[in-house]
Design a binder for this molecule. Structure first.
Ligand code: SF4
Ligand code: SF4
Length: 268
């Protein structure tokens, strides 16, 4: 996983799905778990969903205990990163000497490593097809091991293709917002709704079922029934709703030559 400051000056080499690399990570490497310290991991909506279920926490509690809020560079969108321990090495809270204690539910960025995803790390040039690059950390000895992968095979092996499929609408929102001119800003209310539908799935469920939401936004009865209990269906539903909401110009503020023009909001 990359450390943001260290990576800021590195020009990413663009990789495609069929780009090849040599890599293997296992308990025998001398650097085992070094990449789980001093890191910067942006969590995706599906990461939060899996982790909070794994730990038996509500999304609200998981966010409070394990995450730090941030604004994603160039998009002005509120995201969260994994909160590191306050120890000398700034360790991930889930790392132990013999590895990751939540390995089966590890976040998207951990699964991709040593491949980075430009969309998540706001590299220049990330577009609607995204792109991949190597996270070249000198301490990682995995590149010396004999195993060859394409990016495509690596994604499948690590189960990250499923994460990407579920997060697709969210990634599209991020890329689309990044393509907007810098003076087009989301209103605070829109940012709150983006955060809730992306990350706080339990609150979003209450918002859908305990407000006037369903009288304002009509959804097929079978969808309404499903999202009562199915977190993944609710996440996908919420992201689809966000797309319609955020790219409606009523929800933006435009800063024109020092003047901020607020445009009327129309939220439930
Ligand atoms: S080989 Fe690389 S990915 Fe594996 S533990 Fe070492 S630093 Fe981490
Ligand atoms: S979640 Fe697991 S794999 Fe990812 S940084 Fe933490 S310990 Fe390492």
């Amino acid at each position: 996983m990359e450390k943001q400051d260290k990576m800021a000056d590195i020009t990413p080499i663009r990789l495609g799905m069929d780009s090849k690399f040599q890599f293997k990570c296992h308990k025998g490497v001398e650097c085992f778990t070094k990449c789980c310290r001093g890191i910067n991991i942006i969590l995706t909506p599906y990461d939060i969903l899996r982790l909070k279920n794994r730990l038996g926490l509500s999304s609200e509690d998981f966010l409070a205990i394990y995450t730090e809020p941030r604004l994603m560079e160039k998009t002005d969108l509120p995201v969260v990163t994994l909160r590191l321990l306050d120890d000398e090495e700034e360790s991930c809270p889930f790392v132990r000497e013999d590895g990751c204690i939540i390995y089966k539910d590890r976040p998207t960025t951990c699964r991709y490593y040593p491949v980075g995803v430009a969309t998540l790390t706001h590299k220049e040039g990330a577009d609607d097809e995204g792109f991949f690059f190597f996270v070249n950390e000198p301490h990682c000895r995995g590149f010396e091991e004999e195993a060859e992968w394409t990016v495509r095979d690596w994604r499948k092996d690590q189960g990250v293709d499923i994460h990407d499929e579920i997060n697709q609408e969210w990634t599209d929102l991020v890329v689309r917002k990044r393509s907007f001119p810098q003076n087009i800003k989301l209103t605070d209310k829109s940012k709150e709704l983006f955060f809730m539908a992306s990350y706080n799935i339990d609150n979003f469920r209450r918002f859908v079922f305990e407000s006037s939401f369903l009288t304002r936004y009509q959804a097929p009865p079978e969808t309404v029934e499903k999202i009562k209990t199915d977190d993944i269906a609710l996440l996908k539903f919420g992201l689809e709703w966000l797309k319609g909401l955020l790219f409606n110009y009523e929800n933006f503020e435009m800063n024109m030559e020092q003047q901020t023009v607020s445009i009327k909001e129309n939220h439930p």
